[in-house]
Design a protein around this ligand. Sequence first.
Ligand SMILES: Cc1cc2nc3c(=O)[nH]c(=O)nc-3n(C[C@H](O)[C@H](O)[C@H](O)COP(=O)(O)OP(=O)(O)OC[C@H]3O[C@@H](n4cnc5c(N)ncnc54)[C@H](O)[C@@H]3O)c2cc1C
Length: 453
Amino acid sequence: MFDLLVIGAGMAGATAAHVARLSRPEWRVAVVWRAPGESALSSGTLAVAGEPHPPAAAAPGVDEGDFGAYALGHALAAEPGAHPYQAVLRLLAAAGGGEAAPDWRAPVAEMIAALDGLYLPLSEAVNRAWLTAFGTFTPAATAQATMALAHRGALASGVTLFAGFRGFQDLRPEAAARVASHLLMAGGVFGADARVVPFWLPLPGLEQAWEIEAFQVARLLEEDAAAREIVLAALASEVARARADRVILPAVLGISRWRDLLAEFAARAGCPVSEALATGASVPGLRLLRALEALLVRDGIETWRGDAVSYEAVGGRVVAVMVEEAEGQRRRVEAARFLIATGKHVGGGIVSDPTPREPLFSLPVFAPAGAAPVGRAQPGDLTNPDPLRPQPIFGVGARVDARMRPVDATGRAAWSNLFAAGSLLGGYDYISDKIGLGAAILTGWAAVEAMEA
Ligand SMILES: Cc1cc2nc3c(=O)[nH]c(=O)nc-3n(C[C@H](O)[C@H](O)[C@H](O)COP(=O)(O)OP(=O)(O)OC[C@H]3O[C@@H](n4cnc5c(N)ncnc54)[C@H](O)[C@@H]3O)c2cc1C
């Protein structure tokens, strides 16, 4: 019998398990997870809250410069219970002795510290605009340590070499450099001496290939010293020729040895080197997955692979979850409390076939706005015919009460000892709201904070 069983080992589930280990050391905590989810696809930033677009969309009286305050206004302006930050902010305020402006930074900073330097510490600044592989920018609180220079402020002066690898399609330096230069100029960020210049690096052994994946490049650079030497020599000579002040590369600087590779590339280039955000198959996502696994091992949390397929409940409480560990092999896992952090469409926490549903506990799924569950909605009811507008389907999910317990159709806690966190919760969507891994951390923290001893 566990004190807490966490279902899902993405950012939300792993945060909850880690927070429980720290704040309730006497508890026996376990984590079961099926497969990599959204966290393993993330592009490299850690987004806590987006920014109002257009700025007039900010809630009245909220300082647009402070994205914490913006998120607060945005969450509180939503339908009661619709946005998970409503419960998070209340729990943060209670933990801080009822502060008017609750400090969301502490749980995020603690989780960043626990991930052993994978992400840059939170800066004093508000959101930074992080450079994507397309040369565009996206707002987030922080990003992986390999991306320290890939933000608008860092490119404002001097020469930036934006390099891609021949045959690697995820970053095409000419196009990316042109888009980034244009946006920096249009935003008035560029100093008079600033330039972004494209450059192609060789990929030894893969000269004839044209559909090379990020993991392949990362492994080549990490494992093949001779190939790395050829890349480093080409880079060093171009930096000298172009008199570059910094280098931006695709997000391929190693999976487990990223610290060594970053240092080696900077030493050989003779200037700071940084990755842009990833697209598609994500090396930063794989790094995060490995860091979360390492954290759970370090914390001594019993973690295993399995598919939670059903549950048993008695008198309003969940008493056990059935986990399929292999074909036809089931284990009944009892716990005093359960936390569901199964993600959304990628993780499998929400399945749309075609009506969105929560497959494990049959929790009602809500549209981002409105009081009623989606019921028998068809996909067309949850999409916007204008593809450029936010799509409600990305914001569907479970809702929680003030104690982070998923609610039934009447708005009451479905089970007294079932808690929920992460992108399973609706009310926001990563794509248009730019609330991602930060929400997974904050809701994971809040769910444990809300649990009674
Ligand atoms: C392509 C993409 C890129 C993104 N990039 C960024 C980014 O750069 N920055 C950012 O801040 N956010 C980003 N996001 C959003 C961010 O990744 C998510 O908000 C966050 O990862 C959600 O974490 P989670 O733990 O809730 O879910 P997940 O990471 O999806 O984890 C869910 C877990 O639950 C498990 N699970 C599901 N069902 C079961 C079951 N029945 N039994 C056992 N286990 C189960 C899954 O196997 C998985 O381990 C991105 C999202 C996508 C899709």
